[in-house]
Every structure is written in C-alpha cells, then in structure tokens.
Design a protein around this ligand. Structure first.
Ligand code: IPE
Ligand code: IPE
Ligand code: MG
Length: 249
C-alpha cells in the first residue's frame, strides 16, 4: 500500500520543516557540476510542496540557503541566487493556483537586491492564499535569529516596552522570525547527514527528527509521505510517561 494511504488524516503534522541536503553529491555522482544538482533540486521542492498540501499540512519550511553557505565558492553562490530569482518569479502563478502563501525567514538584507525584490513581489502576490504557507529559510541561521531576538528584547527593555520579568518562553518565540508560525512537529533532513546545521534550534525543541539517506533531488512525494507515516508511529511524550499519555487519551 502506498504510504499516502497509510497516513492517518487526523494526525498529520501542521508544520513540517526540511533541510534539503545532498544536491552537490547527487550531481557529482552523475559526473556533473554541483550546480546541476541545485537545479534538479527545484523539482523536489515542487514535489514536497504538492505532497504536503495534498495531506493538508499547513506550514512547510524549507532550508534553502544558510548564513554559512555564503562561504561557498562565489560561482556556486551566484548560481544559487540566480536559480532562486528565476524559480520564485516563474512559480508565482503555480503558487497562486495551489493556494500557497510564500513567506521568508532569514537576513533578507544580505541577499542581492534583485533577489530580495523578487521575493517581496512573490510574497505580496501570494499573501491572500490559505491552503498552505511555504516558508523559505534564506540566508538564515538559528544563532543569527536568536542573537537578533536578544538584541531586540534588550532594546525593548531599555525603552521600557517590556520588563525583564515578562521574559518567558512565549515572549522569546514572539521575537523570532518564526513568530507567526507554530513550531514544526516534524523535521526532515535528506542526504544521510544527521545534524541540524544551525536550523531552527529553538523551534525544534520537541520536533520529531527524521533522517533519510535519499539525496534531495531524488526526494519525491512518496518520500514525504513515508516520513509522515513514520512520524505517526512515534510516541511524543513531552517529558511525561507513556502511562500518563494513555490515561489522557
Ligand atoms: C543542499 O545541497 C543545498 C544547499 C545547501 C544550498 P548541498 O549543496 O549542501 O549538497 P551536498 O551536501 O554538498 O551534497
Ligand atoms: C544545510 O546544508 C543548509 C541547507 C540545506 C540550506 P549544508 O550542506 O550547508 O550543511 P553542512 O555544512 O553539511 O552542515
Ligand atoms: Mg550539504
């Protein structure tokens, strides 16, 4: 039976985050340049987005470019930015047809002006869509985000907008780039690497982590369904005991 048919509709995570990794290795295995892998990865973005929307996931966050990725060879960075602008621009109609609202987290000001503009335009053009929110993490790193949040909290304390005793879990969350989104219940990373690479450190505190050997350009709808199916078999205890969870069922 396909994994999609095994998924329990009522237990679909409302937010899935994906570290899309392995484009370079995928290309190199084929004797191609790494950039060929990034281009191929765009099709997997479409697959993941369509698959998530079909099972009524409400938020899909994709780690597309990290703060640390700026340290890659200039040729690769330029190609990635170029690919981003082209894809964002050409996909707007398709996003609107599918009811996808585009959001971005990360340091927008560090992106090339053309790239930032394309993102702003696509965000605006899709702002009223309600099926699913696609959140692109671009020039994003979690430590950058948390450091900024701390700076903003400090400034607001200095300006007496908040008092130190008001700082709690929810307040910290509200100062992050992800303030308007729930935490992901499921985090997927492709390509066999088992690390977080500075992604959503605060937000994944209780996420289920799913690592697959599949390289990102090979990731298809069925791979996303398999991850969700696996997620549904896990017991999320949030510090409690199994017995407590059964009592409350
Ligand atoms: C992920 O694939 C895409 C980005 C980080 C932009 P990689 O480019 O990291 O591919 P590998 O890990 O080198 O195979
Ligand atoms: C993480 O992948 C960033 C993205 C997927 C955008 P990397 O390939 O950059 O991560 P590391 O360097 O292997 O940890
Ligand atoms: Mg990588």
């Amino acid at each position: 039976m396909p994994f999609k048919d095994k998924i329990i509709k009522e237990k679909v995570p409302q937010h899935i985050a994906i570290i899309m990794d392995g484009n370079g290795r995928w290309a190199q295995q084929k004797g191609e340049h790494r950039i060929y892998g990034h281009t191929a990865g765009v099709e997997s973005v479409r697959e993941a987005l369509t698959a998530a929307a079909e099972i009524k996931v409400k938020y899909l966050t994709l780690y597309a470019f990290s703060t640390e990725n700026w340290n890659r060879p200039k040729e690769e960075v330029d190609a990635l930015m170029d690919l981003l602008v082209k894809t964002i621009t050409s996909e707007v109609d398709s996003l609107n047809k599918k009811g996808v609202r585009l959001e971005v987290i990360g340091d927008m000001d560090s992106l090339p002006p053309g790239c930032k503009q394309a993102l702003e335009e696509s965000k605006k053009a899709t702002a009223n869509n309600t099926n699913i929110t696609l959140i692109l993490a671009l020039s994003y790193s979690s430590r950058w985000e948390i450091t900024n949040a701390i700076k903003k909290i400090a400034t607001d304390i200095e300006e007496k907008k908040i008092a130190p005793k008001e700082i709690n879990d929810a307040l910290v969350s509200s100062y992050l780039n992800t303030a308007n989104f729930p935490d992901p219940e499921l985090l997927i990373r492709t390509s066999g690497e088992c690390r977080i690479s500075n992604f959503l450190l605060w937000q994944v505190a209780y996420s289920e982590l799913y690592f697959t050997e599949v390289l990102w350009p090979d990731f298809k709808k069925e791979n996303l369904y398999e991850a969700v199916y696996q997620f549904q078999s896990r017991e999320r205890r949030f510090g409690k005991t199994s017995e407590q969870l059964l009592e409350n069922e």
